[in-house]
Design a binder for this molecule. Structure first.
Ligand code: SF4
Length: 250
């Protein structure tokens, strides 16, 4: 059996797919939402991706068949495929197989991850990944724990590994008033990132409440229901802090 045939029968649990243009990597992207996430970010907009059991089983072949419908369009649009979730590294064999198959099909590949499970990403998986979208949710260990339920250190270790491997990295930073707008913590993160040549840009993602209806539908309280979204001045200040450290921030 050829490697492609073998990988085609690998199964994963997925939530959905969609096309997007903007923050999921360059150009127009086929975005695959993989089910399951070990974190519980208070601001999560996709609580319907948290549980593996809520996803539907799909083979790599089935996913590739869908991606193939858009292949020419994605290539022409300078885009590619982004795996997100949930947390794609919760299912590293499936995620790795999809990334490799996309690479073989000549498609640009991006992996959106919190980095918590970065140790599960094999060098082979990363070799098939053109761009890592690394979500760093706070640079303060206590805030990180309260905000996500997990530990910060694995994410920073993963960033350091990506630097060693010379991967291209875009950082994603969700800006939440009262949670991730602390000047010292932002400056600490900016200082850390400015020491990594692999970081091409930092995307400041203003907190929003578009996921509220999903929480209501699932009967789960949305913890940040009463938290304000950041105003323009706050977004500009935080973006400016990254730029002061020589980083490209959007
Ligand atoms: S890592 Fe992403 S999917 Fe998981 S809880 Fe946080 S925001 Fe939601």
């Amino acid at each position: 059996m050829s490697p492609a045939m073998a990988s085609g029968s690998v199964t994963g649990r997925i939530h959905s797919w969609d096309l997007s243009t903007g923050v999921d990597g360059p150009g127009t992207r086929f975005v695959l939402f993989v089910s399951g996430c070990p974190l519980r970010c208070l601001y999560c907009a996709n609580p319907d991706t948290w549980h593996l059991r809520d996803g539907r089983e799909a083979t790599v072949d089935e996913v590739m068949e869908e991606i193939d419908k858009y292949r020419n369009f994605l290539v022409t649009a300078g885009g590619g495929v982004t795996l997100t979730g949930g947390e794609p590294l919760l299912q590293p064999a499936f995620t790795g197989a999809v990334l490799r198959r996309c690479r073989e099909a000549g498609l640009h590949t991006a992996l959106d991850t919190s980095g918590l499970l970065g140790a599960r990403a094999t060098d082979g998986l990363l070799a098939a990944t053109d761009l890592v979208l690394l979500d760093i949710k706070s640079f303060d260990v206590t805030t990180y724990r309260k905000l996500t339920g997990g530990a910060l250190a694995p994410t920073l270790n993963f960033a350091t590994r990506l630097e060693r491997l010379g991967k291209r990295v875009w950082i994603r930073y969700v800006l939440v008033p009262g949670w991730t707008d602390d000047e010292d913590a932002v400056d600490g993160l900016a200082g850390f990132l400015s020491g990594l040549d692999c970081v091409e840009r930092v995307d400041i993602l203003p907190f929003h409440k578009l996921g509220t209806a999903k929480y209501d539908a699932l009967g789960i309280p949305f913890p940040l229901r009463d938290t304000p979204v950041p105003d323009r001045a706050l977004v500009d200040r935080v973006r400016g802090q990254f730029r002061e450290r020589g980083l490209v921030a959007h």
